[in-house]
Design a protein around this ligand. Structure first.
Ligand code: WT7
Length: 644
């Protein structure tokens, strides 16, 4: 009735209309393309007031049967994951669907042996190695809720997340390789566990052979556990573990992300809707064809890696390239080497990576055969036209459609993007919504914007009118927080936190966050979180953090700090503060600039006027707007003089 893959612009328009006019019929038809233990009673129940959203309720399934088992009969020997190590001289690994099935089953048994049950929270803190995928899918196989934490987060950040999720199990590595660095993951976990009362077991995979301290009764080696599990579940050479039957709306995972408050939120996604959405968008946006080799350069510690390295591509029966390292190690030609080596067909990366590689010029591209590429994608932040064209011309040789995909941790998968080669692209515009996605641009008061501004576009805050299958269901442990964050600002709408423009054709351009959330190199960081971390430093009296345009990172972090000037050495204090932020959050949250000030611009009621600080950080010194309402307008002059 509806083809799973849209193959023309006409068909996109029809499909989109159909998905809006008859959403239940439409998504039921899409869902027919998956393997269910039992089909749904209801396609969709929802209200945005509580909020409550249920897709395919009554259905039973296990996502790993869709990502693995259903492919075994026809493509057991096909690579599911091709792994490229940090060090190009190390042996690469190819994980076929058969092998993936075996390892995931073994790991599911390991979890079971250690007392993990359906609904338990398992925190995963590993580098980019195939075992990370086994751990994720092993959890999903037994119905445990995984919560992956990016390897760049500090012990304190992990401790907060473990507590929030009330996690009882951790899967980690001795260490991780990233570029020239070895990151001592297990030792960070040990620090995070000081004072922890919930974690019972820590499973440790050996990657770097860095010395670790293994605590008796708590810490176990992955290798030993896997070996034993295999002996338990092997029958006549076949290893298998029955997948837990999950309800459509059972939680699949928690992923923490920053908001405008000081505390990251645990975004919860559920089994069926997330599976349908990530698969559908993967196949349509990237126009995936059987046999295509897909390389998403994200880290699995972020949502992009969850949806488009693990779940989406595997459910579609695709092959994912998984890369352990970084784009500039051992040199800035690394991505191009990988594309050449494996003959990658689809490349999905971030504007930050493109801008940073652009900075190395064309030299690193010499001698690299990129002719296997068919489609290019970007995600995570607005892409500037210069980077878009560089990507199109030098990587795609003007022969590969570029898809600019807009989405969020909370949306589970891509919501706005062109479909590669099917719907038109427009440099620096994410373009059109996916089927089922009903966008609206509203003003401050939540009224739909209908008048164009002087640039000829509709302009305002981006909201969504109705649920799509992978919409956030709750924030873990605090449903009201979910309501307040996303559904309260504008009643009956999901508020994205982004500003957007819309053109006459219906294309959308995302202009960036309109709340106190920064997007630094495609990573979300709350200004309040950074302020809290800075304020932990003994010499700091108060601080205010804002973003400013940064050539490479998109946004940089600018901190205005009042310190007690104890040792009179600004540079030393600066370094101390950076240490503190690294310790409290992680290196990704380190301010690029720290300006010491005597006072901050505050209203008479004591609120910091960030608007003014943002202008100063942007260098727009003569355009500060009305400052007469400030308690002490004098501080502004002082701050302007000291601008970095
Ligand atoms: C925020 C979500 C989506 C996975 C990675 C980031 C920004 C994301 C785009 C894009 C302009 C984008 C938005 C959004 N963003 N993609 N194509 N164009 N901005 O996920 O950490 O949840 O961040 O990233 O501001 O709200 P995230």
């Amino acid at each position: 009735m509806y083809p799973f893959q849209i193959t023309s612009f006409e068909q996109y328009k029809e499909t989109y209309q159909e998905s809006i006019n008859h959403p239940e019929k439409f998504w039921a038809a899409v869902a027919e393309n998956f393997q269910w233990r039992k089909k749904w009673d209801n396609v969709l129940n929802w209200n945005f007031k509580e909020p409550k959203v249920e897709w395919f309720s009554g259905a039973k399934l296990n996502i790993t049967e869709n990502c693995i088992d259903r492919h075994l009969a026809t493509m057991g020997d096909k690579p599911a994951i091709i792994w490229e190590p940090n060090n190009p001289d190390e042996r690469t690994r190819t994980v076929t669907y058969n092998r993936l099935h075996k390892r995931v089953c073994q790991f599911a048994q390991v979890l079971k042996n250690n007392g993990v049950k359906k609904g338990d929270r398992v925190c995963i803190y590993m580098g980019m190695i195939p075992e990370l995928a086994y751990a994720i899918l092993g959890c999903a196989r037994i119905g445990a809720i995984h919560s992956v934490i990016f390897g760049g987060f500090s012990a304190q950040s992990i401790a907060d997340r473990l507590f929030d999720a009330q996690a009882e199990y951790i899967v980690t590595c001795d260490g991780a390789y990233r570029g020239g660095k070895d990151i001592p993951l297990k030792s960070v976990i040990d620090d995070a566990l000081i004072g922890n009362r919930t974690v019972k077991k820590v499973i440790v995979y050996t990657r770097t052979r860095t010395p670790v301290s293994m605590l008796k009764g708590r810490d176990l080696w992955w290798e030993d556990e896997m070996e034993y599990a295999e002996t338990q579940i092997e029958k006549e050479g076949v290893v298998s573990f029955p997948a837990e039957e999950m309800d459509a709306e059972d939680p699949l995972f928690i992923l923490y992300t920053s908001g405008s408050t000081g505390k990251p939120k645990g975004v919860v996604h559920t089994c069926a809707g997330y599976m349908v959405w990530t698969t559908y968008t993967f196949v349509n946006v990237f126009q995936y064809k059987p046999g295509d080799l897909f390389f998403c350069t994200a880290d699995i510690g972020w949502i992009t890696g969850h949806s488009y390295i693990v779940y989406g591509p595997l459910s579609a029966g695709g092959t994912s390239v998984m890369f352990e390292g970084i784009p500039t190690y051992p040199d800035a030609g690394r991505f191009w080497d990988i594309i050449d080596k494996y003959k990658v067909n689809i490349l999905y990366t971030a504007p930050t990576a493109i801008r940073s590689l652009m900075g190395f010029g064309l030299e690193p591209l010499k001698g690299k055969d990129l002719s296997s590429l068919k489609i290019l994608g970007t995600v995570g932040e607005p892409i500037n036209e210069e980077a878009w064209h560089w990507y199109d011309e030098n990587i795609g040789k003007k022969k590969c459609p570029v898809v600019d995909t807009w989405w969020q941790t909370e949306t589970g998968g891509i919501l706005i993007s062109n479909l590669a080669g099917i719907t038109p692209s427009k440099p620096s515009w994410a373009t059109l919504p996916m089927p089922g996605v009903q966008l609206v641009i509203v003003d401050e008061n939540g009224k739909e914007v209908r008048e164009k501004d002087d640039t000829g576009f509709l302009k305002g805050n981006l909201c969504i009118k109705a649920p799509w299958p992978a919409i956030i269901r709750t924030t873990y442990g605090d449903h009201d927080r979910c309501r307040k964050n996303y559904f309260e600002t504008y009643p009956n709408l999901y508020f994205t936190g982004d500003g957007a423009l819309k053109d006459d054709i219906g294309n959308y351009r995302i202009t960036g966050r309109v709340d106190d959330v920064l997007n630094v190199s495609g990573h979300r960081i709350g200004t309040a979180e950074v302020e809290n971390a800075i304020n932990m430093h003994a010499g700091v009296v108060e601080s205010a953090v804002v973003g400013y345009p940064h050539d490479l990172k998109g946004q940089g972090i600018y901190a205005f700090v009042i310190d007690n000037n104890r040792h009179g050495d600004e540079d030393l204090t600066r370094k101390d503060i950076l240490q503190t932020v690294t310790r409290i959050i992680g290196p990704i949250a380190k301010p690029d600039k720290i300006q010491f000030v005597k006072g901050l611009p505050k209203t008479r009621s004591g609120k910091i006027m960030r608007r003014i600080l943002r202008k100063i950080a942007e260098g727009d010194l003569n355009n500060l707007g009305d400052i007469t309402t400030l308690l002490d307008p004098g501080v502004v002059e002082e701050i302007k003089k000291g601008k970095l």
